[in-house]
Design a protein around this ligand. Sequence first.
Ligand SMILES: [Zn+2]
Length: 276
Amino acid sequence: MNERIIEKLKYCLKYEKKITFLVGAGLSAESGIPTFRGKDGYWVSGSKNYKAQEIGTYKMFCENPEEVWKWFLYRKSITEFAKPNTGHLMLKEIEDLLKDNFALISQNIDGLHTKAGNSKERSFFIHGDFDYVRCGYECSKELYPFPKEINLLNRNKDVITEEEQRYLKCPKCGKNLRPHVLWFDEYYDDYYYKTDKVLKAAKNTGILFIIGTSGATNLPQTVCFTVLSKGGTVVEINTEESYFSEILENKQNGIILREKSSDFLTELKEEISKFM
Ligand SMILES: [Zn+2]
């Protein structure tokens, strides 16, 4: 393990600084979850072929909610049966070691951190959590558990039954429910995605590990810049170049590791357990 990382970890524990993990789709790839970007970022329905950036929008939900739900139910049918991989399990073990020094900022909506056992208190799901739905028209801001009546096993991806349609209606106003996720044409919002707490954690972070994310959205970028501006160290773990690689290349506080996330996290957990 890189000496600078070990020194910084010890510093964080001594001065009560956060050790923060910012993770994206790359972490869940080993669990078989497609990234829904690039070549996976298409939805073929009947004769139509949509890009993720087109169908994952509030605009499309208002115009064609059934099509949007077909796509999200298909995605849910994958995530529902996926298992956390070594990377997720190591993050859970690292949280158990670090306790309140630990923070997890995840762009993944697949529920795998929860399945792995990470706590709600120290996890921030900045793009939402598909274990929940909410009113598509905001008659209230309440989150409801994903309706368990909807069959996710061997789904026919082109059909939503009438019965299923009924479970996708808001219990308060009767209009369509929506997945509790941040869409491409929406902004980060403190109420749903805890952005204030995320930025507060970033300000108090001594070392930030950026794992398996390309950095395409602005809150992760702000988190990275906030940590750097407060003198924290930022480590990128990614097998490929990303937006963050360019930022970190010429920074004294930047470290870039071209490793698999599960290998790195396993090694990191071993190191942390030595001095806890
Ligand atoms: Zn409603």
